[in-house]
Design a protein around this ligand. Structure first.
Ligand SMILES: NC(=O)c1ccc[n+]([C@@H]2O[C@H](COP(=O)([O-])OP(=O)(O)OC[C@H]3O[C@@H](n4cnc5c(N)ncnc54)[C@H](O)[C@@H]3O)[C@@H](O)[C@H]2O)c1
Length: 318
């Protein structure tokens, strides 16, 4: 039995990952400090779900080296999802993004080198690209992040690569592209739009709505992580994990409105500094090295999200 640690496992992606890892027969420990970035009750609901599946939950902080060292002593593989997410939050408070996203991975890597950890899989982000020179982004595209969040995720990737090259610790960084699905973070567009539309309230778009995103369904993200457990071909690498198609925010809003039968008006506000204009992943490298192939198309994924949202109306409520 493989013993895995999922950091940030009370959050959106980490809790889905923990669930699947248990289902696949692994022994799963979840670590999270229940950070107050969003409603802690949501995180507690996630913990209840993963505990019922058989995960062990430990409350703790990845910025605490002693704690990290102690918790990973019997762990084989670490999935590092813990982070201070959010471009806008990082603009308001760059210190916290840096502390959690940079010191956090550094603690994980250093403690891993000093114990028996066989691989660290690091959750990175399309935010490392920032300024667009060409699309789709392949992994050789220049990295010029537009926000402190992007900078912190890029620094984390470099630490992973350096720990592979200097200390021989197998690491892989996965650049996730806008992840969505049931239990997704409440600060992201899809749940905010869905709530407004179901109440026939106005929907606010930042910018002209013609910015594009490569939306990636949560199950595809989880499959990419699981594929990495089965191969060492991506050790020391960064891989784009995207959905293989992109849409404008206007298209997203119109699609959701049609699905929900909503009459919501759209209000356009000033665009937010730090937000990328476009994201789209070239996923050839992930296809080649880990056999990654996204399966869920946007309309299907949105339908699944909306169905889940309607059946779990109180999930986001305090
Ligand atoms: N959701 C996306 O679209 C997306 C896109 C690109 C990259 N990512 C990355 O994926 C990972 C997971 O993101 P998510 O959307 O699930 O976010 P999330 O906020 O739902 O999950 C992150 C979890 O980390 C925990 N955490 C924060 N600080 C911590 C600390 N110091 N010690 C221990 N735990 C801590 C939080 O409590 C939270 O439960 C993050 O690394 C994020 O940067 C997410």
């Amino acid at each position: 039995m493989i013993r895995v640690l999922v950091t940030g496992g009370a959050g959106f992606i980490g809790s889905h990952l923990a669930e699947r890892l248990v289902e696949e027969g692994n022994e799963v420990v979840v670590l999270d400090n229940l950070d107050l970035y969003y409603n802690i009750k949501i995180k507690k609901k996630n913990i209840q779900i993963i505990r019922e599946k058989g995960c062990k939950f430990v409350e703790g902080d990845v910025t605490d080296y002693k704690f990290v060292k102690n918790i990973i002593k019997d762990i084989d593989i670490i999935f590092h999802e813990a982070a201070r997410p959010g471009v806008r939050a990082s603009i308001k408070d760059p210190f916290t993004s840096n502390l959690v996203n940079v010191n956090g991975i550094l603690n994980i890597l250093k403690a891993s080198v000093e114990s028996n950890v066989k691989k660290v899989i690091n959750a990175s982000s399309s935010s490392v690209y920032g300024k667009v020179e060409y699309l789709p982004f392949d992994e050789k595209h220049p990295t010029q992040p537009l926000s402190p969040y992007g900078v912190s995720k890029l620094a984390a990737e470099h630490y992973c690569r350096v720990f592979y090259e200097i200390y021989g610790l197998p690491t892989v960084s996965l650049r996730y592209f806008t992840v969505y699905g049931p239990r997704m973070r409440p600060d992201l567009a899809i749940p905010i739009f869905t709530k407004s539309m179901l109440n026939n309230e106005s929907v606010i778009i930042f910018g002209d709505g013609e910015q594009t995103r490569d939306f990636t369904y949560i199950d595809d993200i989880i499959n990419a992580n699981l594929n990495i457990m089965k191969t060492n071909r991506a050790d020391g690498e960064v891989l784009n994990i995207g959905g293989e198609h992109y849409v404008t925010i206007n298209y997203l809003v119109n699609t959701l409105k049609a699905m929900l039968g909503s009459n919501s008006h759209v209000i356009y506000n000033e665009s937010v500094k730090g937000d990328a204009r476009h994201t789209l992943a070239n996923i050839d490298k992930a296809k080649q090295l880990i056999g990654y192939k996204p399966k869920v198309l946007l309309e299907d994924g949105l339908n699944r999200f909306v169905k889940w949202y309607k059946e779990n109306k109180d999930f986001y409520e305090a």
